[in-house]
Design a binder for this molecule. Structure first.
Ligand code: ZN
Length: 535
């Protein structure tokens, strides 16, 4: 048999059974043979792409089970002000950005006035000094405050009477937008963005996903704090991308997603908020706010009604639940809908599930629910000295108990929640294995499963993806090291050397030839790529 690609000398791990092979043969878009020792030699003569993995780990292509791709893409091409330490820094960065993007509207992100020597936000007069010939929109790092220059203020036309518009002494807008005014402004600007702009941004983002080994990503788009146009955009453009995108539409409009022929609904469909903003719904008060135990965005009755509709319409659901009370609410609603329909085959997902109790785990298992979790949160905020401890006190020891959940038999799929944490599954795997609370840590194999086969299962794709087996799609990554023997605290240092999606080599620094660069090899597949697994 003639094959197209041969990967040799690898530690090729099949996460389904933990078997290890040494080589993989790929023909067209599929894995056609896999084995140990030198058996591959039968294919070698006629194969013109032999990749020597040199003892490194070879895995199925990575999944990111929960990302906000449009937001990530737009941020990727935005001006990043997170390093600015003064107004004049902002000006320098802005001028540099304008040189590269002349005449284009400027969207800046990441501003934190605590880092500025002025210790206050700039106003429109400050921004006008750096740019008065195009709209400038500066976002604070948490997106809840915006600043516009005068050009943008006139361009985006928000009525000055809206609550949250800061006014000067003589009742003129300063350019600073907060609260409701900020939400309205966001919606206006995001709706004003053309799909061409989104497309260009997404194309620019693609290499960074592919270089991290991502071959499929779930994109949670639309709805509250986001923009429905993002979801419609992904639905229209996903086939033209070199990797697979699975759209989750963050809406409760069952009819709309049915009309789009989607068989899933939700994503970051907020049942509660987050620990960071003290809006995750806890059983007892926040440690740093003794009057507050967070909030629920749904009544039990409304959530019961919504989930029953989804069960009846055969829709897989994904609900954002962080605190115990939100998990309670979601489980009650699932139990209600299951009792009414008897259907537990839709692979419903709970997103984040950061503070589950033992009883939540038993109830979730009985309902066949999948937990879609973001291990990297623990690297950023977990442990005794970070944000979770500030908000939750000793309860920081209870967050994201991966090991207990897996032992209970619940399928856990892994995601980044990009742009909240970087879209890099290696960081996710590292974080699951190195959870700051020892008893919650997973084995390396369980962490790999989260970002491969379990994620495939959570998207009904386990028959074609998520493992290294003959007949499956040739979605394969080659790593820089042997992930099974590298010290656990160094997993994060592993890089991806090669990414293959459906037999197309999208990224490869092992056998790169002179004059060939990776950007051009990705370009080759953007816009021409027609493979799609399911809607
Ligand atoms: Zn999210």
């Amino acid at each position: 048999m003639q094959v197209d690609i041969l990967i040799i000398n690898g530690q090729c791990i099949n996460p389904v059974d933990a078997n290890i092979y040494n080589w993989i043969a790929i023909k067209k878009d599929k894995i056609v043979a896999i084995g140990t020792g030198n058996e591959y030699s039968q294919f070698a003569d006629s194969c013109n792409e032999i990749i020597d993995a040199k003892g490194s780990t070879v895995l199925p292509g990575f999944y990111d089970s929960h990302s906000h791709l449009v937001q990530t893409a737009i941020n990727h091409v935005s001006l990043n002000l997170s390093k600015a330490t003064s107004f004049s820094d902002i000006g320098d960065l802005m001028v540099e950005h304008i040189d590269k993007n002349p005449g284009k509207p400027i969207r800046a992100i990441g501003l934190d006035e605590q880092n500025l020597k002025e210790k206050r936000l700039p106003n429109r007069y400050v921004l006008d000094k750096f740019c008065d010939s195009a709209p400038v929109w500066v976002n604070k790092y948490e997106y809840h405050t915006s600043i516009l220059n005068t050009y943008a203020l006139l361009h985006y036309k928000i009525p000055f009477s809206v609550a949250g518009i800061e006014l000067s002494e003589n009742k003129m807008p300063t350019g600073v937008f907060r609260h409701f005014a900020n939400a309205l402004l966001r919606e206006n600007i995001l709706n004003d963005m053309s799909n061409d702009f989104r497309w260009e941004a997404l194309k620019e983002l693609m290499p960074s996903l592919i270089n991290c080994g991502i071959t499929t990503t779930a994109s949670m788009e639309g709805g509250f704090m986001f923009c429905d146009k993002d979801a419609d955009f992904i639905h229209e453009y996903y086939k033209a991308l070199p990797i697979d995108l699975v759209l989750f539409y963050q809406t409760t409009d069952v009819k709309k997603v049915k009309n789009m022929s989607l068989n899933r609904i939700g994503g970051s469909l907020f049942i509660d908020g987050s620990f960071g903003s003290r809006s995750a719904a806890l059983h007892s008060n926040y440690s740093d706010d003794s009057e507050n135990k967070g909030m629920l965005y749904y009544s039990q009755e409304d959530l019961n009604f919504f989930l029953l509709e989804c069960y009846k319409n055969g829709l897989q659901t994904a609900l954002h639940v962080v605190g115990e009370r939100a998990i309670d609410l979601a489980l009650n609603a699932h139990e209600y809908a299951f009792k009414k329909t008897g259907n537990n085959t839709l692979r419903h997902r709970l997103e984040h599930v950061e503070l589950p109790t033992a009883s939540h785990l038993s109830r979730s298992k009985a309902l066949n629910l999948i937990y879609s979790m973001q291990p990297a949160y623990e690297s950023y905020w977990g442990g005794p000295d970070k944000m979770y401890y500030k908000r939750l006190g000793e309860r920081y020891k209870l967050t994201n108990p991966f090991c207990e959940i897996i032992e209970k038999g619940i399928t856990v799929c892994g995601g980044s929640d990009s742009d909240v944490t970087p879209a890099n599954p290696i960081i996710g795997i590292h974080s699951a294995v190195n959870h700051p609370v020892e008893e919650h840590r997973t084995t390396i194999m369980d962490a790999i499963k989260m970002f491969t086969i379990n994620s495939a299962y959570a998207m009904f794709e386990e028959d074609t993806k998520g493992s290294l087996e003959v007949g499956k799609l040739a979605d394969v990554v080659i790593l820089s090291d042997d992930i099974l023997t590298i010290p656990a605290n160094h997993i994060k240092d592993i890089t991806v050397k090669t990414t293959i999606k459906s037999g197309n080599i999208l990224f490869n620094i092992i056998t790169q030839r002179d004059g060939e660069n990776n950007a051009s090899s990705i370009d080759k597949y953007v816009g021409t790529y027609n493979y799609r697994i399911q809607d």
